[in-house]
Design a protein. Structure first.
Length: 164
């Protein structure tokens, strides 16, 4: 598996290394390789380009297909956690609105889950938490898991190659 992120970009050397790893993995018996590209990972190395590159360099061992997930992939059937969280957030929002009406208060708020607790944050404070240009939080805690993912992806590729 390989993920190309906006924060890291894409280099020609990385693409060459990834293709070499793909070819050797498929030669060793691997049957699947997943590459995910953030839409802003590179203006030059588009998804269409990557598919053509991977197909060209596959040495006939694999084919490459492009799938654009888009906004529809962000949905899906809600899990029980999603349903419970949605109910809790809705109830908390109604309570907050009711309190604001009773106190004749004004202003908006952001209500969400943080550290396992439902929290209310004034909208004026929310701006400091987001990268508005890229529409994402400033603290992208999941990027700290990247080294673990890379190790697991390498081990899975090695284990699918079998003994030897």
């Amino acid at each position: 598996m390989r993920v190309y992120l906006h924060e890291e970009g894409i280099t020609l050397k990385e693409l060459a290394d990834d293709i070499e790893r793909m070819v050797s993995s498929f030669r060793a018996g691997q049957r699947l390789f997943l590459a995910v590209r953030n839409e802003q990972a590179s203006p030059m190395y588009t998804s269409e380009f990557l598919v053509r590159l991977f197909e060209q360099e596959s040495q006939g061992l694999f084919d490459a297909r492009q799938v654009v997930l888009g906004q529809t992939q962000q949905g899906g059937a809600p899990s029980p956690f999603d349903r419970i969280l949605g109910t809790r957030l809705a109830a908390h929002s109604i309570d907050w609105l009711s309190d604001r009406i009773d106190s004749a208060g004004t202003g908006g708020a952001l209500i969400g889950l943080r550290d396992g607790q439902i929290r209310v944050l004034p909208l004026r404070d929310a701006e400091e938490l987001a990268d508005w240009e890229h529409r994402r939080p400033l603290d992208q805690w999941w990027l700290r898991l990247r080294p673990v993912i890379d190790v697991l992806a390498s081990r899975l590729a090695a284990s699918s190659a079998g003994p030897g």
